[in-house]
Design a protein around this ligand. Structure first.
Ligand code: OAD
Length: 252
């Protein structure tokens, strides 16, 4: 069993309102690639300007659509890891108000049985038209993924194409999610930051907002992040090892 630092156990046991900010590292042990980890991160293989901007989408929809659908297929082929399950279990404890604020566009928190207070960067499992912005069905994911796939035409307006309702660089975050995230980081007794490099704003601002409200912030990440130096406590563990150990320690 992983040893949880005593100060973190103490904070977790005494917290009634817990906010957990999660990033790509949360799902890494499920097999969903992160963005910036050396060699394996998506941005070491794909240019974010081509694959994650509205301009990139407009300039080559079949290429970007094929990439989106490959990411849908990857996530569909994974399962929640013990970290996702531990957070769901913590949220079911009597008297605990646990809010998950995630930058992840996967659905692994939900499949673990947790509710997500805010999907700051949207979801791979909600599609919308790039012209009229209305919802559309998730296109079927082909068994054989290709380099390029024609995007599905929008049946509602007949002018646009369906794209996942995820936030691309340069786009505005969904306002309801931002509001829920800011509330969750202003009202908690404890904020945990799990598996995010802490460099993409405005999400990266949330731990500092919590601290400005007097809330202790604990980082759980195997590597140093942009937030590490400011964190009240840092635990070099992983999501799938650290979170189950922490939740087990709540009853000790
Ligand atoms: P990054 O890829 O930038 O950072 C991943 C973090 O997870 C790093 O700090 C790793 O050390 C950590 N990590 C790796 N394996 C881990 C594990 N098993 N357990 C815990 N932590 C682990 O991902 P994000 O910070 O989430 O935006 O990236 C933020 C945003 O940048 C993403 O939401 C995405 C991307 O561009 C959009 O797509 C809009």
């Amino acid at each position: 069993m992983t040893d949880v630092p005593a100060a973190i156990v103490h904070l977790a046991r005494s917290a009634r309102r817990v906010t957990v900010l999660t990033g790509a590292g949360m799902s890494a042990e499920s097999g969903v690639p992160t963005f910036r980890d050396p060699d394996v991160g998506l941005w070491s293989q794909y240019d974010p300007m081509q694959f994650a901007t509205p301009q990139g989408w407009e300039s080559d929809k079949p290429m970007v659509n094929a990439w989106f659908l490959s990411r849908v297929a990857i996530v569909q082929g994974t399962e929640p890891n013990p970290g996702h399950l531990a957070l769901a279990q913590w949220g079911r404890r009597p008297g605990v108000d646990l809010r998950i604020v995630t930058q992840n566009v996967d659905d692994l928190h939900e499949r673990a049985g947790a509710q997500v207070a805010a999907h700051l960067h949207g979801s791979l499992f909600a599609f919308r038209c790039d012209r009229c912005h209305r919802d559309g069905p998730i296109p079927p994911v082909p068994a054989q993924l290709a380099q390029r796939l024609a995007p599905t035409a929008c049946e509602r307006c007949g002018r646009g194409h369906l794209r996942p309702d995820i936030v691309m660089f340069g786009e505005v975050l969904p306002s309801a999610a931002v509001q829920a995230a800011f509330e969750a980081c202003s009202e908690a007794d404890l904020v945990l930051v799990v598996g995010t490099s802490g460099i993409v704003y405005p999400a990266a601002q949330l731990p500092y907002l919590a601290q400005a409200n007097g809330i202790p912030v604990v980082e759980i990440d195997p590597n140093r992040t942009a937030f590490s130096a400011a964190a009240d406590h840092v635990w070099r563990s992983t999501a799938a090892l650290g979170l189950p150990a922490l939740v087990s320690a709540l009853d000790g």
